[in-house]
Design a protein around this ligand. Sequence first.
Ligand SMILES: NC(=O)c1ccc[n+]([C@@H]2O[C@H](COP(=O)([O-])OP(=O)(O)OC[C@H]3O[C@@H](n4cnc5c(N)ncnc54)[C@H](O)[C@@H]3O)[C@@H](O)[C@H]2O)c1
Length: 383
Amino acid sequence: MQMVKLGIIGVGAMGTVHAQSVIDGNIPRCQLTAVCDPKAERLSRFSAAEHFLSVDEFLRSSETDAVLIATPHYAHTTIGVQALESGRHVLVEKPISVHKSDAERLIAAHRNSNQVFAAMFNQRTDPFFQRLRRLVRSGELGLIRRVNWTITNWFRTEAYYQSSDWRATWAGEGGGVLLNQCPHNLDLYQWIFGMPAAVRAFCHFGRYHDVEVEDDVTAYLEYPDGMTAVIIASTGEAPGSNRLEVAGERGKVVIENDQFLFTRNEIPMGEFSKTDPGRFSAPATWDVRIPIEGHGPQHNGILANFVAAILDGATLIAPAREGICSLELANSFLLSSLENRSVQLPIDSTLFEQHLKRLIESSGRQKPKVVREAFDDMANSFR
Ligand SMILES: NC(=O)c1ccc[n+]([C@@H]2O[C@H](COP(=O)([O-])OP(=O)(O)OC[C@H]3O[C@@H](n4cnc5c(N)ncnc54)[C@H](O)[C@@H]3O)[C@@H](O)[C@H]2O)c1
């Protein structure tokens, strides 16, 4: 195979951006051969590709080697399973599913090791996070003691939430900031620091917006080696922050405002504390300059890597099976809030699924009439 024939299922805001990237030639050795969406008017802009209104028909007769799924989240599982069963290579948008049980079903459908199965965690291509991961994993920062990640720059207006019927409902989206905006952060977090042993979280449902799902979260995480972390996320604060602070035995890293600040302890802090005779002394530090340019190839980087994995056997940047970890974190934060207790990880996926079913059944919220399609705004914002 010289060229991957790609079909995109779901050509709303994000799917359109991916489709246009392929058409514009930004993804080497990839051709857009089919698009699928029940909204016929969304297909018409892709005149060179075959058009399908139903997934069944797409999978039965499209000329495609690979599928990119960019539908609302719940359908990532159902369509993902079907697409994998059809034998095609699959790239699924984030989050890979809505809850851990669905993610388990989706991952179980990937039985054929020749099929490439990836997830659109585009922020893994960002050199800021790649560099931090190397520092943490190489031991350069020493034992990690504490992580604080404040991600309150996901500000969204009421108009955003009212702009489409599936957003910010238990039935349509399965969650709020944890499922829509934060999958990237939660994926990066677990990719760099690994999974915690226990979580206590406080999710506020509709704190800032007229929505039934969480739009404000504070979570406290504990690790077997004593590391702790606090993750704060909100779509209601402005101006928000995006500040990631990591305290290790050998120094501190802060990523904020496009800067990567690494302050290194001359003597590891624990050793200094035990050996230095001073009562108010602290380890001497060096400022380490780590030059980083830009934020990497993002979505196009993941898509190009997917194609390279199919054609050349390249290692995936974001294997889809790893998407279960960010879901486990998101689900555990909600579970902890709903049951008002600390929860141990791994969580009981069936227990969380039951909670979600109850939330869907008891949802009394009528979505306000969609006043304006967000589609064009969002598609434009990614260009
Ligand atoms: N990676 C990123 O940076 C990023 C950014 C935005 C959105 N996303 C993800 O992309 C997905 C879609 O988000 P969006 O903002 O494009 O939503 P959207 O509502 O604009 O688009 C979804 C599209 O899917 C179509 N669709 C729904 N059910 C379908 C089905 N069964 N078969 C085929 N098409 C179907 C809809 O008609 C719509 O056109 C979400 O899961 C979201 O999390 C990822």
